[in-house]
Design a protein around this ligand. Structure first.
Ligand code: M6R
Length: 590
């Protein structure tokens, strides 16, 4: 889960690469670096720190040349140091490589290479330039050496190499890590995602596992690992540049929270025939299993409720990283529904591969067009919510819920009714956002010094407790637990003391009476209760009012205050909610 970019064209590479790294930064911000080729010399700048810091401290602007590569890092092997930052070079600085993924056999390779070449870093990646060097030293051309080196790698990689030996060409390879080529005017790009080159290209070519690419500014050729050429059509890029900006907001997170009424309307524009087809297939399956991680898994938990309540179909949710342990029960009559914003999450991809190997049908709900998950699925529904750049998932969650509601209504033959209801909800959320904004920042201020939070709810709202806690942990670095309210008395109640914040998600639905009674048990033991409800209650120290909606839709209206609480809490604590420590947007390692 690092970001990589390569450029070859007629403009100074450093300008394009700096810009690309800024847009890729959501994939990792431990360190950054750029290497360019000019006058038969490899020029390199890299350091630990965020992209802006590295650009400022490193004299990056002085890098010459029209071919180059760049990297933003989310550390896996080796600490956050300058030496471990990418690009990594061979011992005589003629070859530079950037890489996203994990080279699983790097120790075996390194133990051989270290006898011949000096290693400077603790990373797995550094074996790659040395491997290419070894092949060049054995007499191969740079191109042959690149392919021979790649064939020795095990693990996952999206990597790009440049060299003083390579006539200004870019060389790239992919296995189990995303990589896409962008075609421009007198320029070609290759990166982790289309966002990296969005201002410069409207045409993309998705690279598949086991493929390599050789590029100049006007040509590109895809090969398999045996160096046999392959053909691939380009596709149009649908995202536009304005969607990828902050739109005058302070952070992507708040911009993306505010976009949600529009996101609901956008997510509804699905192909009706496809939705109905998928609904029929779900109803026919012998078992339905949702596979997802993090926020997408909380969406799946709500999907499970709505499939049952609206679609009258039982389903189960398996955390993607645990899916392999259940694959014995998967067969050709199983429907796996994979949910993922990025469509690149390694745990999800791994689960889907195992499900496919067992003959299951795989449908996915995904945001990023052309992502590995979308391409691997039998059918895919797109969230259409535009790029989500804040590391904390917000609008993608709401779009995922919409698609799950639509599928559930389609399963019950009431798709149009479902659409009308969602449309009403989007207007209610629009109004609610105005009132909640300032009120919640005051509550965040009052809770500024708290370190432990409990989010309680029941039934369909329980997943919202989990999602609310996850958002707060992610951007505020505090302990937060989301749990079914009824479970509190079975142990966790022991942790409640004077002033402990308990966030109660308790609309006046079928969960209300029991939830209120569980919250009272916490309140009498000193908890400060923040109630998220359509009705006020004497036990609430603070009341966050939500609109009254049909029971099944409460997750769509409770999620907004939960996201806002996390956002404002990050702001009052002085944290950058867009770049939470230790995290990155897309987790492409297992
Ligand atoms: O791209 P995905 O939806 O597959 O990502 C899954 C999780 O990594 C993601 O939802 C993560 O939990 C978010 N950062 C939460 O805000």
């Amino acid at each position: 889960m690092c970001g990589i970019i390569g450029y070859v064209g007629s403009k100074p590479a450093v300008d394009i690469l700096k810009d690309a790294l800024t847009r890729l930064e959501y994939r990792g911000y431990d360190s950054a670096g750029i290497a360019t080729i000019a006058d038969d010399t490899l020029h390199l700048c890299k350091d630990k720190g965020k992209v802006a810091e590295v650009i400022k401290n490193c004299n990056i602007d002085n890098l010459p040349g029209y071919t180059g590569i760049g990297h933003v890092r989310w550390a896996t092997h080796g600490g956050v140091t300058r030496d471990n930052a990418h690009p990594h070079c061979d011992a005589i600085s003629q070859i530079a490589v950037v890489h996203n993924g994990i080279i699983e056999n790097f120790e075996a390779l390194k133990s051989r290479l270290v006898k011949k070449y000096h290693f400077k870093s603790d990373t797995d990646t550094e074996v790659i330039p040395h491997l290419i060097r070894e092949q060049v030293d054995a007499g191969l051309s740079f191109e042959e050496a690149f392919f021979a080196a790649i064939r020795q790698l095990q693990g996952s990689y999206a990597l790009i190499a440049v060299s003083t030996l390579a006539d200004g060409k870019l060389f790239a390879a992919r296995k189990d890590s995303p990589m896409v080529l962008g075609l421009g005017k007198d320029a070609n790009f290759i990166g982790s995602d289309v966002l990296s080159f969005l201002p410069y290209s409207r045409e993309a070519v998705y690279i598949e596992d086991g493929e390599c690419v050789v590029m100049t500014k006007n040509t590109y050729q895809i090969y398999d690992l045996n160096h046999t050429p392959k053909k691939r059509e380009s596709v149009a890029i649908t995202w536009n540049l304005s969607e990828a900006g902050k739109d005058n907001q302070d952070h992507f997170m708040i911009k993306e929270i505010k976009e949600q009424p529009f996101v609901i309307r956008q997510a509804m524009m699905q192909d009706t025939r496809l939705l109905n087809r998928m609904a029929i297939d779900i109803l026919r399956a012998h078992q339905v299993i949702f596979v997802a991680c993090g926020t997408s898994r909380f969406a799946a938990l709500i999907g499970r409720y709505v499939f049952s309540k609206i679609g009258h179909t039982f389903s189960d949710v398996v955390m993607a990283s645990e899916f392999g342990y259940f694959s014995d029960s998967v067969d050709k009559n199983t429907m796996v529904i994979a949910i993922s914003q990025s469509g690149e999450t390694a745990d999800v991809m791994d689960g889907v591969k195992q499900a496919k190997a067992k003959g299951a049908t795989v449908y996915s709900i995904v945001n990023v067009e052309g992502s590995s998950l979308a391409r691997m699925s039998d059918k895919a529904l797109y969230l259409s919510c535009g790029p989500e750049i804040g590391v904390a998932a917000t609008k993608s969650f709401t779009a995922q819920l919409c698609l799950l509601y639509l599928l559930a209504f389609a399963m019950d033959g009431r798709l149009s009714e479902g659409k009308e209801k969602l449309l009403e909800i989007s207007s209610l959320i629009e109004k609610d956002l105005q009132t909640n904004l300032s009120e919640i920042s005051l509550i965040a201020e009052k809770l500024k010094d708290k370190r432990d939070f409990y989010f309680l709810a029941r039934g369909i709202n329980f997943a919202m407790a989990g999602e609310g806690a996850l958002k707060l942990k992610e951007v505020c670095y505090v302990h937060a637990e989301g749990m079914p309210a009824g479970e509190l008395k079975h142990g966790t109640l022991a942790l409640i003391e004077e002033g402990t914040p308990v966030i109660a998600i308790c609309p006046t639905d079928y969960t209300y009476t029991d939830t209120i009674s569980n919250i009272s048990e916490a309140m009498v033991r000193g908890a400060t209760v923040i109630g998220i409800s359509n009705a006020n209650q004497s036990i609430f120290a603070e009341w966050i009012k939500i609109p009254e909606v049909e029971m099944i839709f409460y997750p769509l209206v409770t999620v907004i205050p939960l996201q806002l609480l996390a956002y404002h809490s990050a702001i009052v604590r002085g944290f950058d909610p867009d770049k939470p420590r230790n995290l990155a947007k897309s987790v492409t390692v297992k």
